[in-house]
Design a protein around this ligand. Structure first.
Ligand SMILES: CC(C)(COP(=O)(O)OP(=O)(O)OC[C@H]1O[C@@H](n2cnc3c(N)ncnc32)[C@H](O)[C@@H]1OP(=O)(O)O)[C@@H](O)C(=O)NCCC(=O)NCCS
Length: 149
């Protein structure tokens, strides 16, 4: 069994309702409100027509464990979004997912990837450094990281 990226469908949408309302994920991702199913539905319906946003589900075998993708896609670059909602899978999975996302970025002909990491999200910051991202700026509560691909 392996970690892979797949279509972000309604199964991941429903799982994400619980993942994104988990207090630990909310803190790590700077989400400051309860995500409602109505919010999710509105967002999900925008996906087919968006050029600036791509998202995939993350599975371990058949088991949905998280989601990841690119937002703010512009000028051959994108900002990584990643959450592994099933916390039992923390520990190595993030690294595999970033490698898979980098392959997607190459397929999309990107030149750069960015990440905005909350300053107290040490786990995420270490993950991005480990996968070759470099600190490139400070944006309020966030560090901005960048990788040329
Ligand atoms: C961030 C996230 C994707 C990382 O996934 P992961 O599977 O734990 O990632 P990895 O284990 O591959 O890498 C994390 C690294 O941080 C290290 N780490 C773990 N806890 C840490 C801590 N408190 N402080 C510093 N480093 C820490 C790990 O040891 C690992 O480094 P290593 O491989 O050298 O041992 C996952 O924790 C997650 O989904 N978090 C919630 C959402 C989130 O924060 N998203 C990122 C928003 S920018």
């Amino acid at each position: 069994m392996s970690i892979h990226l797949c279509e972000y469908n309604r199964v991941f949408l429903e799982k994400s309702y619980f993942w994104l309302n988990d207090p630990i994920l909310q803190k790590n991702m700077n989400i400051n409100k309860e995500i409602s199913r109505e919010d999710q539905e509105l967002w999900y319906n925008t996906l087919p027509n968006r050029e600036d946003y791509k998202i995939w589900g993350i599975s371990f075998g058949d088991k949905p464990i998280g989601a990841c993708g690119f937002r703010n896609i512009l000028n051959k670059s994108g900002e990584i979004t990643i959450y592994i909602g099933e916390k039992d899978y923390w520990g190595g999975t993030g690294s595999i997912v970033l490698e898979l996302l980098e392959k997607k970025a190459i397929d999309l002909n990107f030149q750069f990837l960015f990440a905005k990491v909350l300053k107290d999200n040490n786990r995420s910051y270490k993950l991005f450094l480990k996968k070759g991202f470099n600190y490139c700026g400070d944006n309020g509560d966030f560090y901005v990281l960048k990788k040329e691909i």
